[in-house]
Design a protein around this ligand. Structure first.
Ligand code: GTP
Ligand code: ATP
Length: 267
């Protein structure tokens, strides 16, 4: 080793990883408590092992006295989401935070890596409050879907097991598996969109149904009983046929009848 007190060196990174994890978990709970859809599924965090820091410093030719600036993921946070859209929403929420500063971002979703790796990375500077004052440390926040995480976890352990010497045919199959995982993400997103659209249609049709019924009540109020009863019959038919467009047209007709009634016209 290089004589450095690694225990002391890693303290602010441990604090940063812990605090970021707690804060992001709080964000998830807060969104849920507000009854909003929580785009975060779960969060993990870790501090890089000393052997891994030294190996990375050697690989990236970072001198040991420049590790703090040269290695950005000594403190690492990972956020898992259900859908690809959620990743961008979480990234936005993090960008808006006042307790950290964004240094730069890497979109490995649009620009996925040669291996097939996909994730969104934010490199942030987080000020840790120590007994000696505020100490800014770099941290890496990886945001990915459950499918991306599944792929990356297995690929990482295979690479570890085979010491980065994976045979070409295995690399090819891993690339194909990454495509399949992304296809799964795309398919799940489109199923979700269909559900959201169906919910919107349902909400729209409940609004129009309530409007027509209120308008018919108003006609009764103006004692336009015959007219109101005719509109009621047409409403029943359209409602049974689930004809939202027809209900909208009917609403316009009733509004015209209400206008006439308000001006004292005859039915
Ligand atoms: N499983 C897996 N993880 C990856 C891959 N590429 C990047 N990562 C993860 O993303 C982190 C940052 O990767 P990069 O953005 O390439 O950053 P880097 O620090 O310049 O380089 P490396 O950490 O050496 O890859 C890595 O430490 C891994 O945790 C990959 O191909 N497979
Ligand atoms: N930002 C992160 N958040 C949470 N866990 C992480 C993060 N980055 C890596 N890990 C996990 O930490 C464990 C140890 O990995 P390690 O720190 O050696 O790094 P790596 O990021 O895969 O590699 P590299 O040395 O290329 O940066 C692995 O299980 C890895 O998936």
């Amino acid at each position: 080793m290089d004589g450095r007190d690694w225990g002391k060196f890693l303290l602010p990174y441990e604090q940063a990883a812990e605090e970021l994890k707690v804060k992001l978990k709080a964000l998830r709970s807060e969104l849920k408590a507000r009854d909003e859809y929580a785009p975060i599924e779960f969060i993990t965090g870790r501090v890089k092992r000393v052997s891994s820091i030294l190996e990375k410093a050697r690989r990236l030719s970072v001198p040991l006295d420049r590790i703090e600036m040269g290695i950005e993921d000594i403190a690492g946070i990972r956020i898992m989401c259900q859908f690809v859209d959620d990743i961008y929403r979480v990234a936005d929420l993090i960008r808006q935070r006042k307790d950290l500063t964004l240094v730069y971002e890497k979109d490995y979703i649009t620009h996925y890596k040669e291996s097939g790796y996909r994730s969104y990375h934010l490199i942030v500077e987080y000020p840790v409050q120590t007994s000696l004052g505020s100490k800014p440390v770099l941290a890496e926040i990886q945001i990915r879907t459950l499918a991306m995480n599944f792929w990356a976890t297995i690929e990482h352990s295979l690479n570890y097991k085979y010491r980065d010497q994976l045979p070409t045919h295995v690399r090819d199959r891993l690339r194909k598996a990454a495509e399949a995982a992304f296809l799964l993400d795309t398919e799940m997103s489109s199923i979700r969109q269909e559900i959201v659209d169906a919910q919107q249609d349902f909400e729209e049709s409940s609004v129009i149904v309530r409007r027509v019924l209120n308008e018919i009540q108003e006609l009764y109020f103006f004692r336009r009983v015959r007219e109101a009863a005719q509109f009621q019959l047409r409403f029943n038919e359209l409602w049974e046929q689930d004809d939202v467009w027809g209900l909208k047209e009917l609403s316009l007709e009733i509004q015209a009848a209400l206008d006439r009634a308000g001006k004292g016209g005859t039915s």
